[in-house]
Structures are given as structure tokens and as C-alpha cells.
Design a protein around this ligand. Structure first.
Ligand code: C2G
Length: 129
């Protein structure tokens, strides 16, 4: 079984997130998603609309997602790759190169981001209505 790992905040879920999750799952058989905790989002300076439990429940309802784990620190990726026996780590290419240190432990794939959509744009568009 080929196991895939990705991370994110996944707030105000949109087609860019789903497109990423679908492409990640297409690379293997089992997709693990490291979902950023509320406290880790503070470290990332990301204000989320939905709290962790809501974002987790929504992700777990997606057919491409097999397991959601909590992301609480930048430093947990190597131990997660080893703990969950990951074959391929996947992120959108806005992170291109940032996680190449994982190449020692698994394949690293950066997928093109979906243009024209982002949680930030959703918030801005709603605010300016
Ligand atoms: N994404 C995408 N297209 C978009 C928006 C997001 O492909 N239009 C991808 C991002 O590249 C990322 C994933 O969807 O791979 C989740 O995006 P975010 O929730 O914004 O995640 P981020 O804040 O980048 O967290 O340790 C890694 C971090 O937790 C990543």
C-alpha cells in the first residue's frame, strides 16, 4: 500500500484544497492529512474561521482522505513520515523546495496550486461586499 502525507490548515474548504487532496490521493492508496491545530495556526499567523474540530470533521468526510492527524509543530514531519510509513510527501508548489529535507525519508512532490481561489480571497471578497 502506497501511503501519502500532506499538511495544511484547510479552513473555509474550497476547490483548490479538494483538487490538492484528490491529486495527492491519486499518487497512492492511502492519504494522511496533517491538519494544523488552532495553536499551530497562531504560529503560522493564520487566523482561521473554523476551529480545529470543525476543520477535522469536514476533512474526514472527504472521500480522498483516509486519516487526519494533528499538526502542532513545523518539526513533526520527519517523525510523521516514519511513524505512518509514508512513501510520498505532497504539498502545493507555494511550498516548492521548503520540505526537500524529507527526500532522505520519502519521495517529495510539489503540485501546482489551483489559481484564482484561496481562503484569503474568499474572506476579502465577502468583506468587500
Ligand atoms: N492549495 C492549493 N491551491 C489553492 C490553495 C491551497 O493547491 N488555491 C494547497 C496548498 O498549496 C496546500 C494545501 O492546499 O498544499 C493546504 O493549503 P493551506 O490550508 O493554505 O495550508 P498551509 O497554510 O499552506 O499549511 O506544514 C505545512 C503547512 O501546514 C501548510
Amino acid at each position: 500500500m502506497k501511503k501519502i502525507l500532506t499538511y495544511g490548515t484547510f479552513d473555509l474548504l474550497h476547490e483548490g484544497h479538494i483538487h490538492l487532496l484528490r491529486r495527492a490521493k491519486d499518487l497512492g492508496d492511502y492519504l494522511v492529512v496533517g491538519l494544523s491545530s488552532d495553536s499551530f495556526n497562531e504560529i503560522k499567523n493564520k487566523m482561521t474561521y473554523f476551529p480545529y474540530q470543525s476543520r477535522k470533521m469536514i476533512l474526514e468526510a472527504i472521500r480522498y482522505v483516509d486519516l487526519v492527524i494533528e499538526e502542532t509543530a513545523w518539526e513533526q514531519k520527519i517523525s510523521d513520515v516514519l511513524k505512518y510509513d509514508i512513501d510520498t510527501f505532497v504539498m502545493g508548489d507555494d511550498w516548492e523546495g521548503k520540505f526537500d529535507f524529507l527526500k532522505e525519508y520519502c519521495e517529495v512532490v510539489y503540485l501546482p496550486r489551483t489559481s484564482e481561489v484561496s481562503t484569503t480571497k474568499i474572506k476579502q471578497d465577502l468583506f468587500n461586499q
